[in-house]
Design a protein around this ligand. Structure first.
Ligand SMILES: [Zn+2]
Length: 274
């Protein structure tokens, strides 16, 4: 139960922020809450409706609301929209042109990202199997995750501000062999199928690479004798991190205990524990 369920709506009218996360009863957000700037209604299994009257909203977190079918197109002030794991959500309104952060991962019906999102800095559309292309107009994009997007085969080269990519093997080949994304400093590829040769052309510019541990060892072997330019960490495997701030040579690989304390520095802000 949240404030909406337990308090009269009249007592909530002045609120500019509201957290209803995890309410098992909530089915709708009252249309009268027009002063809300921040709304967290995530993990509400019965929530079906967000009213179009919440036009002051800047941040909306409605992730993991399995009955929610749409985001109102009137929420044009939104800069942050987290609607991951909304399994009935089929689109994000193209009118949300101020969005800077958009998380739609695990939304199986989302088929496209609007080309109007020119201010978007961070986009996570992991596990969106219907998304076949990313608009070349997302020129502000800085961080991009497209793991398990089975229909997506390429990222437009126009997105020159991309600095971090989390992708599958096929995408990695596209990125590394085409010379795209000159500003790329971080790359996440956890699977084990790619070869070291594919990463080698870009290895000097990368500051962080999140790799399967077996590949980390391959990579270190290849860089033997030269200072390491990579920040390598894996939260999925045994803790291992080498910071770019302290370039190490291959012999440091043997000092596991000393390195283990750096492991968390390699974590990104992303929390995807589901
Ligand atoms: Zn409630």
């Amino acid at each position: 139960m949240c404030l909406i369920c337990t308090e009269p709506v009249d007592s909530l009218l002045e609120l500019d922020g509201l957290n209803c996360s995890g309410c098992l009863e909530l089915e709708t957000i009252p249309a009268a809450l027009v002063n809300l700037v921040n709304l967290n209604c995530s993990y509400c299994p019965r929530l079906r409706y967000i009213p179009p009257t919440l036009v002051r909203l800047k941040q909306l977190n409605c992730r993991s609301c399995p009955l929610l079918e749409s985001i109102p197109s009137t929420l044009v002030g939104l800069t942050y929209l987290h609607c991951a794991f909304c399994s009935l959500l089929a689109s994000v309104p193209s009118t949300l042109v101020r969005l800077r952060y958009l998380y739609v991962y695990g939304c199986p019906l989302i088929a496209s990202i609007p080309d109007t999102f020119v201010q978007l800095k961070s986009l996570d559309c992991e596990r969106c199997p219907l998304i076949a292309c990313i608009p070349s107009t997302l020129v502000s994009l800085n961080e991009f995750c497209c793991r398990n997007c089975s229909a997506l085969t390429s990222i437009p080269a126009e997105l020159v501000h991309i600095r971090m990519i989390i992708a599958d093997d096929a995408m990695l080949v596209d990125i590394l062999f085409t010379g795209k994304f000159p500003g790329l400093v971080a790359l996440n590829c956890q699977s084990r199928e790619w070869t070291l040769a594919q990463l080698e052309p870009r290895v000097q510019q990368l500051q962080r690479a999140y790799l399967a541990q077996s590949r980390v060892i391959d990579l270190l072997a290849a860089k033997q004798g030269t200072p390491l330019a990579l920040h390598i960490a894996s939260r999925y495997l045994a803790p291992l991190a080498i910071t770019a701030a302290h370039p190490l040579r291959i012999r440091a690989m043997h000092k596991r205990e000393q390195l283990a304390g750096d492991a968390h520095q390699g974590e990104t802000k992303r929390q995807k524990t589901e």
